[in-house]
Design a protein. Structure first.
Length: 338
């Protein structure tokens, strides 16, 4: 007993050293990332300021040119008016006839009604710069997502479904990796752990500490529920899935309505329909996060989870839905090295 506890003390000390090293690495990466983003912001701001200033100077030059052209036309028109007034008073009719054609013809002028200096100097300039920043941020986010997925994979666990908890309508595979929706009730022993009448099942193993991650292929299913639940949840009668009742779950209804069953529930709008959902739980941190594995995108995170007992991976393959929802939920193997 004493030796076992001493080994545990050494294990905790070693883990602390590793966590300190990890924290230093994360701090350096955080400094690098935010310094890079701040530099990008300043660069884009300088580019925008320069472009606006150049456009303003160009507008000023154009305005000066137009004003100069207008002044020349005004001077020419005034000269013609003066000459016409002089001819009007002249008694030299021959001179009047000689000068009249040139004075009566229209002087060369611009189509001033179609020429303007627009008050909105920059249309799309700032938006273009923000789009560049958005692209930069998206690239960094994608890189962070990939790294985040790699870290979560290190906490992948072997989830096997517990037949003693499965509702009689659930069809489990022999290896406990698939949960489908059958049409008929199976004859199974009743016990306090079995869900009834709600069509659910949990894993054989629960977790009292640490982190764990698993992935579930949902494929073409139109109804499903996934997440984690505490061991002491009520398994008989109707269920209200929410954190206060020990449920931290996300669901799909009617093939298109995704919802996180938080308090209150949150309607989700994933950009891509997930084919595989990753679930990551951090017991000490009190979080349960859901991810679209193929898209590498975050779906939802429950925070402030008050874990005080074992929690179990939770699955519901959903209703039969006129034969559209017969495909099983499939627990996928996760490569720890990816």
């Amino acid at each position: 007993m004493i030796q076992e506890r001493m080994r545990k003390v050494e294990e905790i000390k070693n883990c602390l050293k590793l966590s300190n090293t990890s924290a230093e690495k994360e701090l350096k990466e955080s400094d690098r990332l935010f310094t890079s983003l701040i530099r990008c912001v300043h660069e884009r701001q300088t580019e925008v300021d320069t472009e606006i200033s150049e456009k303003q100077r160009a507008a000023e030059r154009r305005a000066e040119e137009l004003v100069g052209d207008l002044k020349q036309e005004v001077s020419e028109l005034q000269r013609r008016n003066t000459e016409l007034e002089e001819l009007r008073d002249s008694e030299d009719h021959l001179h009047v006839l000689q000068r009249s054609p040139s004075l009566m013809s229209s002087p060369p002028t611009k189509e001033w009604m179609e020429i303007a200096i627009h008050p909105e100097l920059c249309v799309g300039t700032v938006r273009g710069a923000m789009s560049q920043l958005d692209n930069t941020l998206s690239k960094e986010l994608n890189s962070l997502k990939e790294e985040e997925m790699k870290k979560m994979h290190r906490y992948a666990v072997d989830v096997v479904l517990d037949p003693e908890t499965a509702h009689p309508n659930i069809v489990l595979s022999a290896d406990g990796k698939q949960a489908g929706r059958g049409e008929l009730l199976h004859i199974v022993p009743d016990n306090p752990k079995r869900f009834d009448p709600v069509i659910c099942v949990v894993s054989k193993r629960g977790y009292l500490s640490g982190r764990f991650y698993f992935e579930v292929a949902v494929g073409p299913k139109t109804f499903w529920d996934l997440g984690v639940v505490k061991e002491s949840i009520n398994r008989k009668g109707m269920i209200t899935s929410k954190p206060e009742n020990g449920y931290w779950t996300v669901r799909l209804r009617n093939g298109e309505e995704y919802r996180a069953l938080d308090s209150p529930s949150v309607l989700l709008s994933p950009k891509r329909k997930p084919q595989t959902v990753g679930v990551f739980t951090d017991y000490e941190e009190g979080t349960v996060s859901f991810f679209n594995v193929e898209a590498g995108s975050h779906i939802y995170t429950f925070t402030g989870c008050m874990f005080s007992e074992r929690v179990f991976p939770f699955f519901s393959p959903g209703v039969f839905d006129d034969g559209k929802n017969t495909a099983p939920l499939v627990i996928k193997a996760v490569n720890h090295e990816t």
